[in-house]
Design a protein around this ligand. Structure first.
Ligand code: SAM
Length: 216
């Protein structure tokens, strides 16, 4: 039984998938983030960012809910499948700005996004480079907006996963990037471990959703 080793070539993963590798339903992180967006902001009509958008399940979910979405991923196949999904769901093409980009080169304009989502993408950066990009995502979140980040939790290396030189954080370590003293209201802190039958081992992830407090 091969140990879990995160793919490096996501384009090949998406091209080989039978349908959508991660399915078409939104991630738990996007679902939680949109729930809090609605709670604080009421009507869903702002601008969202989906970094590392993959095959577009979260982009489609956020756009269908009424947000305009900027979606970026390094995988052209993922973006092509996103286009297909959006068309099938009847999402107006002008609601989503899709593009190939490495998160390290992304132009994070400060104070731009009502909902800034990075679902399991910063874990593919090196440990010493990921925190700076997380800080840029936070900076790009509008005051009053929601920032949502998910990464690998390091527990899985103890079970035998080979995560190599990737960034990981426990839920508490991730939460520490969102201190109330820095203007953050933490809304959700989740760490989950789930059994992956194809690798016969547990894998683990950490999520944080936080609101950037409005400047008074
Ligand atoms: C685990 S998948 C998550 C996809 C999507 N967020 C979801 O939940 O369905 C990780 C995604 O990050 C993308 N990715 C990895 N490194 C990246 C980078 N440096 N810049 C942009 N995207 C990257 C991959 O192509 C892949 O689509």
């Amino acid at each position: 039984m091969p140990a879990f080793r995160p793919p490096r070539d996501w384009d090949a993963v998406y091209a080989a998938a039978d349908g959508y590798h991660f399915g078409e339903e939104p991630s738990q992180l996007a679902h939680t983030a949109l729930g809090f967006y609605r709670l604080f902001n009421g009507p869903v009509d702002g601008l969202a960012l989906d970094l590392g958008s993959g095959e577009g399940r979260d982009t489609a979910y956020l756009a269908k809910a009424g947000l305009n979405v900027v979606a970026r991923d390094v995988s052209p196949t993922g973006l092509e499948k996103t286009r297909t999904l959006l068309g099938r769901l009847g999402v107006p093409a002008n609601r989503v700005d899709l593009g190939v980009a490495d998160v390290r080169d992304f132009d994070y304009s400060p104070g731009t996004y009502d909902l800034a989502l990075a679902a399991n993408v910063y874990q593919f950066l090196r440990p010493e480079e990921a925190p700076a990009h997380l800080a840029r995502l936070q900076e790009a979140t509008k005051p009053g907006g929601i920032c949502a980040v998910g990464v690998f939790s390091p527990a899985m290396t103890a079970w035998g996963a080979e995560t190599g030189d990737y960034f990981s954080a426990t839920a508490d370590e991730l939460l520490a990037y969102f201190p109330p003293s820095g203007g953050w209201l933490p809304l959700d802190r989740t760490e989950y471990w789930t059994y992956r039958p194809e690798n016969a081992m547990m894998v683990s992830f950490a999520y944080v959703v936080a609101r950037k407090e409005s400047k008074s």
